[in-house]
Design a protein around this ligand. Structure first.
Ligand code: ZN
Ligand code: ZN
Length: 331
C-alpha cells in the first residue's frame, strides 16, 4: 500500500519481491500496526518523506531472505520499528542517543515500511521476537509500546502519572504503570465516555476529560494526543517539580501560557524516536508486565479504512494490518 503524494489515499501496487543487500533482511510481514505517525506521514504533517513511500513501522514478520553478513536465522520472527538505521558515528550515536542520529532512516517515512507483504530491513535494527506470540497482538508493542516506554522513562520516578490521549500507546503504558505500582489518571477528549471506560478497565484509578482537573496532583504527565493546548493544561495539573512529556512526533502549536505554570521547576520535554536499547528493554519487560493489547485487525488492502478510523477516533486500542487476514477470516 503506497503513498504517492501527501494527502492522497494509499494505492495498491504490485512490486517484485525486494532483494536484501549486505546486512539486510527481507521480512515476510505477518502484521503491521497503524500508528498516529503514519497518519502524520500520509496527511503531510511531517517534512520530506521519501515519496512514494510504503508507510508502517510496527512490523512483525519472519526473515525470508538475508544478505551477506546477517547473523539472524532464516525463518525466525523479528520486529521492525521506526528507527530503521542510525549512522553509528555521529555525536549522538556515540553517546547512546542514536534516537537523535544526524543521518537516520525511519521505517515507513524515509525508507519503505510494513504496509506490505514484504519489506527490507537492516538486520542490526530488527528485534528478535518469540515464536509463540500472536503477530497482530504484538505489532502495537513495536511503536506504541516502545515510544510509550521511552516517554514513561522520561516522566521520571513519580507515582501519580497523568496520560493525555488514551489511544494505542496509552493503553499499553497504563498497564506498565500499574505493574510498576504507579497510579494512572487518564485524560480523554471531553465527553468520550467509551474512552474513559476503556482507561478504567486497564487500571486507571480516574478517567475524565482533558479539560478536567485530576482528583490529585500529578507527579508527571505524558501527552500522547497531538494537541499543543494540552501542554499548559498538563502543566497546571502537575505538582512542583513535575514533568510534562510530549510523546508524539507532531503536535499542534502550544499556546502561550503564564510563567507561573512553569514556575517551581516544572518542565516540558519531548521524546524523539527510540534507541535499540529502549526496544530490547521494553520487549523483555512487556511479557513480564503481562501487557495485553487491544487490537482491531484489517486486511492489508483496507489500510485506508484503518487510517480513517484512527483519524476519526473510532478505535479502541490499535489498528493492525495483516496481509493474510482476509484469507483466513471473513472481513
Ligand atoms: Zn548517528
Ligand atoms: Zn509510531
Amino acid at each position: 500500500m503506497v503513498l504517492r503524494r501527501a494527502g492522497e489515499r494509499l494505492a495498491i501496487e504490485e512490486r517484485p519481491e525486494p532483494e536484501p543487500g549486505p546486512g539486510q533482511i527481507r521480512v515476510a510481514v505477518e502484521a503491521c500496526g497503524v500508528c498516529r505517525t503514519d497518519l502524520h506521514v500520509v496527511d503531510g504533517d511531517l517534512p520530506d518523506p521519501k515519496l512514494p513511500i510504503v508507510p508502517g513501522h510496527e512490523i512483525v514478520g519472519r526473515i525470508e531472505a538475508a544478505g551477506e553478513g546477517v547473523g539472524l536465522p532464516l525463518g525466525s520472527r523479528v520486529g521492525v520499528a521506526w528507527l530503521g538505521h542510525a549512522c553509528g558515528h555521529c555525536p549522538y550515536c556515540v553517546s547512546a542517543r542514536e534516537n537523535l542520529c544526524d543521518t537516520p532512516l525511519f521505517t515507513g517515512y524515509t525508507r519503505d515500511g510494513g504496509f506490505a507483504t514484504h519489506t527490507i530491513a537492516e538486520a542490526a535494527f530488527a528485534f528478535p521476537l518469540a515464536e509463540d506470540l500472536d503477530p497482530v497482538a504484538a505489532a502495537p508493542l513495536l511503536c506504541a509500546g516502545l515510544i510509550g516506554w521511552r516517554s514513561l522513562k522520561a516522566a521520571g520516578e513519580g507515582e501519580a502519572i497523568g496520560i493525555y490521549g488514551f489511544g494505542a500507546a496509552a493503553h499499553i503504558i497504563a498497564q506498565v504503570c500499574r505493574w510498576q505500582g504507579r497510579r494512572v489518571f487518564a485524560f480523554t477528549r471531553p465527553g468520550d465516555a467509551a474512552g474513559q471506560r476503556f482507561a478504567l478497565s486497564l487500571g486507571a484509578e480516574w478517567a475524565g476529560g482533558s479539560d478536567e482537573k485530576p482528583p490529585a496532583p500529578l507527579d508527571a504527565a505524558i501527552l500522547f494526543a497531538p494537541v499543543g493546548a494540552l501542554a499548559p493544561q498538563a502543566l497546571a495539573a502537575v505538582r512542583k517539580g513535575g514533568r510534562v512529556v510530549c510523546g508524539g512526533i507532531y503536535m499542534s502549536d502550544i499556546p502561550s501560557f503564564p510563567y507561573r505554570l512553569l514556575w517551581e521547576e516544572r518542565s516540558v520535554v519531548s521524546v524523539a524516536n527510540l534507541t535499540r536499547a529502549d526496544g530490547h528493554e521494553f520487549l523483555a519487560l512487556a511479557p513480564r508486565a503481562q501487557v495485553r493489547t487491544t487490537t482491531r485487525p484489517y486486511a492489508l488492502e483496507k489500510a485506508n479504512e484503518a487510517l480513517d478510523d484512527l483519524r476519526a477516533g473510532r478505535l479502541e486500542g490499535a489498528a493492525v494490518l495483516a496481509p493474510y487476514f482476509a484469507h483466513t477470516k471473513n472481513v
